[in-house]
Write a protein that binds this ligand. Structure first.
Ligand SMILES: O=C(O)CCC(=O)C(=O)O
Ligand SMILES: [Fe+2]
Length: 286
């Protein structure tokens, strides 16, 4: 067998084993047909970490003055945002390498996937919708058929329509374009994603989504971990302290770009790292 083909065969078998053993095959079908999926709490695991993440995010938001801003930020319908959570608590470091998230993420983005964004939202009552958009903000139409970026939304409080949950247009990933300004505010096709705390909503970058107004008085709390293929410029810095890298394993370091050959200086690239690029060129699962 040719080297390139054997790599693809190996990659396919390894991904299928991981997806099957973690009970994620149904999610792959939903991603294909609907353009999103919900990983249920019992498959996500990490219940204690999710609860701890919620308390930490609310405390960070309050310390950042969220209460006086009614939990809003710069854009209509957008909740109070916190940035780069993995620099703000060990709990976030651990959730970054959740096994179910890694298995689905690597199936969608290749084993070489890296962290693109790390965000948290705290949303209070609002009568505003968050307008619909695709998360591949920097990719022009026509959007690519395979995934460049995937948003893993960790649901830390129960999601309901009246509670201002995310809304998704099922099947919109097939349009392979961003919504127009008119389409972005036509919420009639937006389907509420209702699910219990502890779930993870998987939203690949082509899928149209927004959020509903929040009629209930409590806070909606969300952690977003977005991952991308290696050639997309990350939204957050990968400059993470040695202390944080040392206390986490190799998966963590890889997601933070420590296997990338790019960013070299006059000494040139690390050839061992550079060689791995040829594998990703041959298999979109690598
Ligand atoms: O959680 C929400 O309200 C949606 C935010 C959003 O569009 C995103 O995380 O990409
Ligand atoms: Fe989004």
């Amino acid at each position: 067998m040719q080297a390139g083909i054997s790599e693809l065969v190996e990659d396919a078998a390894a991904h299928w084993d991981a997806l099957r053993s973690l009970h994620l095959t149904r999610n792959v079908a939903e991603l294909d047909v609907l353009g999103y999926t919900i990983i249920p709490p019992d498959v996500v695991g990490d219940a204690a970490l999710m609860t701890a993440a919620k308390s930490r995010i609310v405390a960070l938001a309050e310390a950042a003055g969220a209460v006086s801003k009614d939990f809003t930020t710069y854009q209509e319908g957008l909740s109070f945002e916190l940035y780069h959570l993995i620099k703000q608590g060990e709990v976030f470091e651990q959730l970054l390498v959740n096994p179910a998230i890694l298995a689905l993420g690597r199936y969608l983005l290749g084993n070489s996937m890296i962290l693109n964004n790390s965000l948290a939202y705290v949303k209070g009552p609002t009568d505003k919708y968050l307008r619909m958009h695709c998360d591949t903000l920097t990719v022009p139409d026509p959007l690519p058929e395979y995934r460049h970026l995937v948003n893993f939304t960790l649901v830390l409080t129960d999601y309901s329509r009246d509670g201002g949950c995310i809304g998704i247009v099922p099947g919109s990933h097939r349009y392979r374009r961003h919504p127009t300004a008119t389409e972005a505010v036509d919420y009639s096709y937006m389907h509420p994603i209702e699910c219990p705390a502890g779930s993870v909503i998987v939203i690949p970058g082509n899928t149209w989504h927004g959020a509903f107004p929040k009629k209930t008085k409590d806070l909606r709390v969300t952690l977003v971990q977005a991952y991308s293929r290696i050639y997309m410029a990350p939204s957050v810095t990968h400059d993470i302290s040695a202390e944080i890298l040392d206390r986490n394993g190799p998966d963590f370091a890889r997601i933070l770009g420590r296997d990338l050959w790019t960013g070299y200086d006059q000494k040139g690239p690390d050839l061992e790292k550079f060689a791995k690029t040829y594998r990703t060129q041959r298999s979109h699962l690598s």
